[in-house]
Design a protein around this ligand. Structure first.
Ligand SMILES: [Fe+2]
Ligand SMILES: [Fe+2]
Length: 339
C-alpha cells in the first residue's frame, strides 16, 4: 500500500491528519471555495485520497474510514464542488430529444473526431520530438489512472443489465488480461514505468502528480461510484476507447525513436485492443445503454464531453510546461540511468 501523500492546502491537511487516527466522527471541517475546482490542488488531492479508500487504501490508514459517514458527508460536498466545476466548463447534460439510440455511436464519433482534430496534440508532440524525460513525466501523470486501469469503470458493472452489461464485461475482461496476470493492462503499464527507470509501485508518485491530472481520475471515480452517473461513466469509457488507438500508436513510435523498445508493449497492446474495444464500447455499451434507458442519452454524451474537456486541460498543461522548459509535475522525479 502506498503512504499517504503530503497535503497541498488546508483541506487536504486536515483530512490527511484525521486519516492517521482510527476511523472516527470528523470534527467540523472548513470547506473550500476554489476559483477553478478542476485545477485546484487542495480539492483534487483531497478527493483523490478519499476515493482511493475505495480502491487500494493507504499504508497505516484504518480501513473503516471507507464507510465512515462523516467522511462520506465531506466527500459529498467536495463532489458537489467538483461537479459544479464540470457543469461550468461544459454545461449540463442535454436532453437530446432528437437522438435515436441507434445513432449514439455516430454522436460519440462526432465528439471523438472533433477531439482528434484539436491542436496542440500531446501524442503528436511525443511521437515527433518527445524526450526521454518528457516520456517519464507523461507516464508518471498517467500512473494515477493506469496502475488501476479499468477499475473505475468496473463500478458500473452491477449497475447495468442485459446488452450493455455484457459489452462492458467483454471490454473489461481484456483490460484485466483475459485470465493472464502478466497481460493485465495495469501490469503492462507498470512494466513500461520500470522500463523507463521509474518506480512502478502503486501510488509511488502521488506527491508529484498535479491536480489537473488527478481531476481526470476523479472524474471516473465520481461517475463510477454514483449509480446516478451510470450513463456518464458508460459514455466516458466509450470515448476513451474510441480515442485510444491512434495516440497509443504515436506514443509507441516515439518510444522506439528514443530506443526505448522495452517500454512499448503497453502502448502496442492498446493500438490493437482498443481498435476492437471502440466498436463494442460505442455500439453495444453506449448504444445499448441508450436503448435500454433512453433518458440517459444526454448523460452518456456528457460523460464523453467531460473526458475530452479534462484531457484537453491536462495535455495543454504538459505541453505548456515543456514549451517553457519547466517540469509538468509538482515535484521532481529522481533521475535514473537510461534504460
Ligand atoms: Fe487498456
Ligand atoms: Fe481498451
Amino acid at each position: 500500500m502506498p503512504p499517504l501523500p503530503d497535503s497541498r492546502g488546508p483541506l487536504s491537511a486536515v483530512l490527511l491528519h484525521e486519516l492517521r487516527s482510527d476511523a472516527h466522527r470528523l470534527p467540523p471541517i472548513a470547506l473550500p471555495e476554489p476559483e477553478d475546482p478542476l485545477l485546484d490542488e487542495d480539492l483534487q488531492l483531497a478527493l483523490y485520497v478519499l476515493y482511493e479508500l475505495h480502491y487500494r487504501g493507504f499504508d497505516g490508514v484504518d480501513e473503516r474510514w471507507e464507510w465512515e459517514p462523516s467522511l462520506l458527508a465531506v466527500r459529498g460536498v467536495l463532489e458537489d464542488i467538483f461537479e459544479g466545476g464540470l457543469l461550468t466548463a461544459i454545461g449540463p447534460p442535454d436532453d437530446e430529444p432528437g437522438l435515436r439510440p441507434e445513432d449514439m455511436d455516430v454522436a460519440l464519433r462526432g465528439i471523438a473526431d472533433a477531439d482528434a482534430a484539436s491542436e496542440p496534440s500531446l501524442s503528436g508532440h511525443l511521437e515527433r520530438e518527445g524526450t526521454r524525460d518528457q516520456f517519464r513525466e507523461f507516464v508518471v501523470h498517467r500512473s494515477a489512472y493506469q496502475l488501476k486501469e479499468a477499475d473505475p469503470h468496473s463500478w458500473a458493472i452491477p449497475r447495468l443489465s442485459g446488452a450493455p452489461k455484457a459489452a462492458l464485461v467483454e471490454i473489461q475482461a481484456d483490460e484485466y488480461g483475459g485470465g493472464r496476470a502478466e497481460r493485465v493492462h495495469a501490469q503492462l503499464f507498470a512494466d513500461a514505468m520500470a522500463a523507463l527507470g521509474l518506480d512502478s509501485s502503486y501510488g509511488a508518485y502521488l506527491d508529484a502528480i498535479p491536480g489537473v491530472t488527478l481531476a481526470t481520475v476523479n472524474l471516473m471515480s465520481l461517475m463510477g461510484l454514483h449509480r446516478r452517473w451510470r450513463g456518464g461513466i458508460a459514455g466516458h469509457l466509450a470515448l476513451f476507447e474510441m480515442t485510444s488507438s491512434v495516440p497509443n500508436g504515436r506514443y509507441a513510435r516515439g518510444l522506439r525513436r528514443l530506443g526505448l523498445e522495452p517500454a512499448t508493449p503497453f502502448f502496442d497492446e492498446h493500438v490493437e485492443a482498443d481498435a476492437v474495444h471502440e466498436n463494442i464500447a460505442a455500439v453495444d455499451l453506449a448504444g445499448g445503454l441508450a436503448r435500454a434507458e433512453p433518458a440517459l442519452a444526454g448523460q452518456i454524451l456528457w460523460g464523453a464531453r467531460a473526458l475530452v474537456e479534462l484531457e484537453a486541460r491536462w495535455s495543454r498543461h504538459l505541453l505548456t510546461a515543456w514549451e517553457q522548459g519547466v517540469r509538468s509535475l509538482v515535484a521532481p522525479l529522481e533521475s535514473s540511468a537510461p534504460a
